[in-house]
Design a protein around this ligand. Structure first.
Ligand code: ADP
Ligand code: ADP
Length: 232
């Protein structure tokens, strides 16, 4: 479902050249929860952002549902991106808009009719357990509630894939567990493929089936979570 073929990413700037990802190849199966773990600077975020074309590989290709992310027009990329939701460590909500409006936003962009938008938003609010908070502003919500808005927004256009960029790293342990449970239930209920990056091993152990360990831009180990984490 997601194929990462010999992907490298080099950032060039006035300060010099950084090879953030070096010749990574991975296959992520439809419906699985796949983790990428590594220290800060290992290249996880760059790799994740190449799965939805937020970064374009310097070399190699990423194929999602049979479509190349690197070889399509920007209009095609925009369309593909609607089928790939993403959530973030710091939530990236629209702070001047209510919970409901944050969730309606991606539906407006996708030109969904007003009636459908409102119905869909209601379903999503129920799915993530935010009933009664529709008219709250993000600043009035706890961290876990903010991430629930992020999840609802990411799922608005029925994506096949949900990318999670350190989605629980700003949350306390209890809230982390509740968000991870929600993600697991979304994976089961909707059959959505989840790719998550984190520097926290317990996050991977709690929800992922398979994991890739990244170091200095490379995948240094890959496999089932139990095998990777019980190596001598
Ligand atoms: P991680 O998510 O594992 O912390 P990143 O993908 O963010 O790793 O970063 C990998 C490397 O690429 C780091 O050395 C980082 O400084 C560098 N890097 C990331 N984004 C950029 C950018 N936009 N421009 C230049 N260097 C970058
Ligand atoms: P965390 O919970 O991880 O500390 P926050 O949600 O506080 O993250 O903030 C994430 C980003 O959004 C920060 O850059 C912050 O400045 C910005 N931000 C947070 N709350 C508001 C707000 N009420 N209005 C505008 N920007 C905000």
């Amino acid at each position: 479902m997601i194929q990462i073929n010999n992907v490298s990413k080099i950032y060039r700037s006035k300060k010099g050249t950084v090879t953030a990802v070096k010749d990574v190849s991975l296959t992520i199966e439809a419906g699985e929860i796949f983790g990428m773990i590594g220290y800060s600077g290992a290249g996880k975020s760059t790799l994740l952002r190449m799965l939805n074309g937020l970064e374009i590989p310097t070399d190699g290709d990423v194929i999602v549902n049979g479509k190349s992310i690197t070889k399509c027009s920007s209009a095609e990329l925009r369309k593909s991106r609607q089928k790939i939701g993403m959530i973030f460590q710091h939530f990236n909500l629209l702070w001047s808009r209510t919970v409901l409006d944050n969730i309606l936003f991606p539906l407006e962009i996708a030109n969904v009719s007003k009636k459908e938008r409102v119905e869909r938003a209601k379903e999503l609010i129920k799915l993530v357990g935010l009933e009664g908070r529709e008219n709250a502003y993000p600043s009035e919500l706890s961290g876990g509630q903010k991430q629930r808005v992020g999840i609802a927004r990411a799922l608005a256009n029925n994506p096949d894939v949900l990318l999670c960029d350190e989605a629980t790293s700003a949350l306390d342990p209890e809230t982390t567990d509740s968000i991870l449970s929600l993600l697991t239930s979304i994976n089961k209920q909707l059959g959505i493929t989840i790719v998550m990056i984190t520097h926290e091993m317990h996050v991977i152990q709690k929800v992922c089936q398979r994991v890739a360990v990244m170091e200095n831009g490379r995948v240094v180990e890959e496999g089932h979570v139990v095998d990777v984490f019980t190596h001598p």
